[in-house]
Write a protein that binds this ligand. Structure first.
Ligand code: PAN
Ligand code: ZN
Length: 187
């Protein structure tokens, strides 16, 4: 009896590029990120079609117990003094967690619980981030190259963007090469 060996999809760890598999790609542009950045004038000054991040996902079966694998490529840049970042979300199924792995570039993972308590983890190549259930998450690119992070999460998790429409409790800014995290309430 012989067993056939199939070739799974592959990810290049230096660039975060997938090959093989059925890859679905979504680009998020500056114009899609209304209400995300603090400085409205600076946001409006950036052409709406400027790409901020791309997510590439491997097509997965749907249903309880199934997993998505996706790569976020977040461009470097600033809107006013605020670094480019993803919109950020809770999972619709709040109890569902996720794992992020830093692939390239450098940045931060902003985590916030339902009580509004926020914290930051440093993202760098090889970093492992366990995002517990009931925790909103957002990537922030504080570097000068693309920040790529691999994510694995349950297909049933879903995304809830609306609960964070008022923003996260921490804002990360850069000024003359210095990275600062500020409590939003304290300006
Ligand atoms: C990631 C995110 C991805 C884009 O795949 O969806 O980084 O961020 P937003 O969804 O907040 O725009 C993930 O956390 N999936 O659950
Ligand atoms: Zn998520």
């Amino acid at each position: 009896m012989s067993t056939s060996i199939s070739m799974p999809p592959d990810v290049a760890f230096l660039t975060g590029q997938f090959s093989g598999g059925n890859v679905i790609k979504k680009v998020t542009r500056c114009g899609d990120l209304s209400g995300v950045f603090h400085d409205l004038t600076a946001w409006q000054a950036i052409p709406a079609d400027t790409p901020v991040y791309e997510v590439e996902m491997l097509d997965s079966p749907q249903g309880e117990g199934e997993l998505y694998v996706g790569m976020t490529h977040l461009h470097p840049g600033l809107v006013g003094d605020e670094f480019y970042m993803t919109r950020g979300h809770f999972h619709q199924r709040r109890e569902q967690g996720e794992v992020y792995f830093g692939i390239r570039g450098s940045g931060l993972l902003l985590l916030q619980n339902e009580q509004g308590e926020a914290r930051l983890e440093q993202v760098s190549p090889g970093s492992v981030h366990i995002i517990p259930g009931n925790t909103a998450h957002r990537l922030i690119n504080t570097g000068t190259e693309i920040l790529s992070a691999l994510a694995v999460w349950p297909t049933v998790a879903g995304h809830d963007y609306r609960s964070l429409a008022g923003g996260f409790a921490l804002r990360v800014t850069g000024h003359e090469g210095k990275i600062q995290a500020k409590d939003v309430q304290n300006g």
